[in-house]
Design a binder for this molecule. Structure first.
Ligand code: FES
Length: 197
């Protein structure tokens, strides 16, 4: 009879179930560990850029940032270029030595490809005018200064300068982000946040 030929499904023994469950969780854990280790070894944006790289005319980059009310992106370098104000005494003291300014044009090259918390890319939020990390909710103002969340500091950035009108980023000099207490910009969010707190 057809029913006799059907393979009977046997209930899985509790001990067998527990054994396979344990093997599954250990394998998943090891797999996750291997993937994160590979992530560290895998080339990231910016890894292929070395030395001093001219990005473009500083005045044009600044004008584009103003027009878009958004950072000028350099994806191959993992960069978000923002304007900063050399006329702000605290900003000049904190950032003047390592970040480009020429007359009224100040630019800084924030490394937004890796959040200082656990390394997620940190996109720009147009409505709040802040950088907001989608992974655990760290936030940074337009200068990349920490404003909230679990990150231990502000966004890292590359040293930069302006030469012959060109904005140049020094990919050989990655600067650790400013301490949590740095708040030269004193910028409140300018609209709704893009990520949950
Ligand atoms: S990786 Fe950005 S907040 Fe955790």
């Amino acid at each position: 009879m057809a029913d006799d030929n059907k393979r009977r499904l046997q209930p899985v023994e509790r001990r067998t179930f527990l054994r396979y469950g344990l093997i599954g969780s250990v394998s998943a854990g090891l797999g996750g560990f291997a993937l994160s280790a590979l992530g560290f070894l895998w080339p990231r944006p910016g890894d292929e850029l070395t030395g001093e790289v001219p990005i473009g005319p500083a005045a044009e980059i600044a004008a584009e940032i103003d027009a878009d009310r958004a950072p000028y992106r350099v994806p191959e370098g993992g960069l978000s270029i923002v304007r900063w104000d050399p006329g702000n005494a605290a900003a000049e003291r904190n950032y003047g030595p390592d970040h480009a300014f020429d007359g009224g044009v100040g630019l800084m090259a924030l490394f937004t490809q890796a959040c200082p918390h656990l390394g997620c890319a940190v996109p720009w939020c147009q409505s709040s005018q802040w950088f907001e990390c989608p992974c655990h909710g760290s936030r940074y103002n337009r200068y990349g200064e920490w404003t909230g969340g679990p990150a231990p500091r502000g966004l890292d950035r590359y040293a930069s300068f302006i030469e012959d009108g060109l904005f140049v980023v020094d990919f050989g000099n990655l600067i650790t982000g400013p301490a949590r207490t740095a708040n030269a910009l004193e910028q409140s969010p300018e609209g709704p946040s893009c990520v949950d707190a």
